[in-house]
Write a protein that binds this ligand. Structure first.
Ligand SMILES: Nc1ncnc2c1ncn2[C@@H]1O[C@H](COP(=O)(O)OP(=O)(O)OP(=O)(O)O)[C@@H](O)[C@H]1O
Ligand SMILES: CCCCCCCCCCCCC/C=C/[C@@H](O)[C@H](CO)NC(C)=O
Ligand SMILES: [Ca+2]
Length: 574
């Protein structure tokens, strides 16, 4: 049955279709993009599937067994179609479910498949062509198997074409991204852990800057946004970026977020030393405790993900602390604070506000804001468009940067067990709410957590709180700041006359000279930059608001009303 509607509006389809061996009323509201049916069994449970969460629709051949049972026996030739859709389960896990409807009328069956396929065609943000990099050695070395068994079948169901590269060495993916015809793809997928994601991110951001003529070695250079989305299929040891942006490390859930074409902007920090670009970071930049864990764990890669627990315990026992100066610029543009009780969730208003500010800056110099995702054709267009206006953008940003540099710097010197700068919560299975639970994915700031020298017992209390619900900042020896840039110089590099541009050094010429018998560790620690070590301990860091995008939507609020939803009537909701 098709409803009569004013011209231009898409009709609502309502039909009585077979589901299993019974009939049920199925409704497709084409205006609102909602498919609904009441299951003839399971207590008459109602199902509502937004078309944005339908993965595929296929004509289906009923098999012999199905045909020989129940009502179908009476039909000469039953016609059927199957709808594959996202089913949201607990803890942010998504499944791919399917339902097969049948009827005796071929035309009706065609009308349904046609209507559903047309609605799927209208989902312009969905990728059609993806470039996939698989690290076969990440995590438990299951990357290839995970991709082939869990992800590739879903991509093929969703009619996504892929070019797959199985990496042969570290930096293979990164180097390859500088050579490929990137405009051919709607996105890049990495199968692996945080290190693999970092490689792909470096490849894409680096490529974008190279193509736009931007010198990455200049720490003050305004960077050009990278609009090709990255999808992460978790197959690593920590999978922090995936967990913090999706809410779970699960390859099927991530594959489904890619298929439905989600988009989540992400802040990226650039890290420099002496006007030399070192790395970008999206999750943790950690000196002291997390740097030492990483350094020790790299020698034990053969242990797989367990290496972090082993090295974590060892590092904890060593209880090393490091002396240095940290200078930072507080992030005044953002509405939140690291002590907020609310976390960043899908559609976060704090990240939206930052996006608005960014859009206004871009609009002023004629750049099209890339907050929403577009089809590949538009993507290529906007890239060329950017080439035309990129010089204006750079000039405006440069003068903004100079103004910002003049803004307030705070300087703290001391002895630290850990210095952690996080661009996102850094939630992962080991730390489910993260190192900074209220950090935002896309607000243009990082949370700087300073853990000063304290007893082993106190440090353990702080560490334990990173893994439970208690407040890890509620200690006299822990300080947390929301910042847009910072610099760090260790006492050792200061004494050795490192010439890193150091605000702290300029303004506070001497530090810790009053503690000659200082018992700090005589060696420097290492920076852990998203799971990779940095070569220098003296660094300059700047947060770039929403520099890149992921196939994700942030962590969704738990859908408490799901049960109520399924028991309300279809008519009430449509
Ligand atoms: N074929 C390869 N051989 C050796 N190293 C590789 C290869 N492909 C990628 N790599 C490197 O392996 C490093 C670690 O990989 P990955 O992040 O996937 O796993 P992980 O370290 O176990 O997990 P996590 O980063 O989540 O802790 C990456 O930095 C990447 O550069
Ligand atoms: C007393 C024992 C303490 C053990 C601590 C174990 C490690 C906890 C892991 C929390 C880290 C969250 C931050 C994520 C960082 C990632 O970027 C990085 C690369 O995957 N992972 C690590 C462990 O550095
Ligand atoms: Ca942030």
């Amino acid at each position: 049955m098709e409803q009569q509607l004013p011209a231009g509006r898409r009709p609502r389809l309502v039909s009585s279709l077979g589901l299993g061996q019974r009939c049920c009323e199925v409704t497709l509201d084409q205006e609102r993009g909602l498919l609904a049916w009441r299951h003839p069994r399971r207590g008459g449970e109602n199902y509502f599937v937004p078309t944005s969460e339908i993965i595929a629709v296929e004509e289906t051949e009923l098999n012999k067994k199905q045909r020989n049972t129940g009502k179908w026996q009476k039909l000469a030739k039953p016609h059927a179609f199957t709808v594959y859709y996202v089913k949201k389960a607990r803890n942010h896990r998504w499944w791919c479910r399917d339902v097969t409807f049948w009827c005796g009328d071929e035309n009706l069956c065609n009308q349904w498949t046609q209507a559903l396929k047309e609605l799927l065609e209208m989902q312009k943000c969905r990728p059609k062509q993806l470039l996939v990099y698989i690290n076969p050695y990440g995590g438990k070395r299951q990357g290839k198997k995970i991709y082939e068994q869990k992800v590739a079948p879903l991509f093929s169901l969703a009619s996504i074409s892929t070019d797959v590269v199985i990496t042969e060495h570290a930096n293979h993916a990164k180097d390859n991204l500088f050579e490929v015809n990137i405009n051919k793809y709607d996105g890049v997928v990495c199968v692996g852990g945080d290190g693999m994601f970092s490689e792909v991110m470096h490849g894409l951001i680096g490529r974008m800057q190279k193509d736009s003529g931007i010198d990455q070695n200049n720490p003050k250079a305004p960077l050009v946004q990278c609009n090709i989305r990255i999808g992460i299929i978790p197959a690593g040891s920590t999978d922090c970026v995936c967990y913090s942006t999706v809410g779970i490390s699960d390859p099927v859930t991530s594959a489904l977020h890619i298929i439905v074409g989600d988009s989540q902007p992400l802040d990226v920090s650039s890290v420099h030393h002496n006007n030399t670009f070192l790395k970008y970071s999206v999750s943790l930049l950690g000196y002291g405790f997390y740097g030492d864990i990483l350094k020790d764990s790299e020698k034990k890669r053969w242990m797989g993900p367990m290496r972090y627990d082993y090295s974590g315990f060892k590092t904890f026992l060593s209880h090393h602390y490091y002396e240095g100066t940290i200078s930072f610029q507080p992030a005044k543009h953002t509405l939140g604070s690291p002590r907020d009780k609310d976390s960043c969730r899908t559609g976060c208003y704090i990240c939206k506000e930052s996006e608005q500010q960014l859009a206004e800056q871009q609009k002023k110099c004629g750049l099209k804001h890339e907050g929403t995702v577009s089809s590949k054709a538009e993507h290529v267009f906007s890239y060329m468009h950017r080439q035309d206006t990129v010089q204006t953008w750079l000039a405006t940003q440069r003068s903004r940067q100079t103004e910002e540099d003049e803004e307030e710097w705070k300087v703290i010197k001391g002895k630290f067990l850990a210095i952690n700068a996080v661009n996102m919560s850094c939630a992962c299975p080991r730390s489910p709410k993260g190192l900074s639970p209220a950090a935002h994915l896309a607000d243009g700031s990082a949370d700087l957590i300073l853990v000063r020298k304290c007893s082993r017992f106190d440090f353990l209390r702080h560490l334990v709180r990173n893994t439970n619900q208690d407040d890890q900042f509620d200690f006299s020896f822990v300080d947390v700041y929301r910042v847009k840039s910072f610099q760090f110089t260790s006492k050792l590099s200061e004494d050795n006359g490192s010439n890193v541009t150091d605000i702290g050094k300029k303004r506070f010429g001497q530090f810790c000279r009053d503690h000659p018998a200082c018992c700090c560790n005589i060696a420097d620690s290492t920076w852990n930059c998203d799971g990779e070590t940095l070569d220098s301990s003296a660094i300059e860091v700047r947060v770039h608001c929403q520099l890149m995008k992921l196939f994700a939507r942030g962590i969704e609020e738990n859908c408490k009303d799901e049960a109520a939803y399924s028991h309300s009537s279809i008519e009430h909701l449509l």
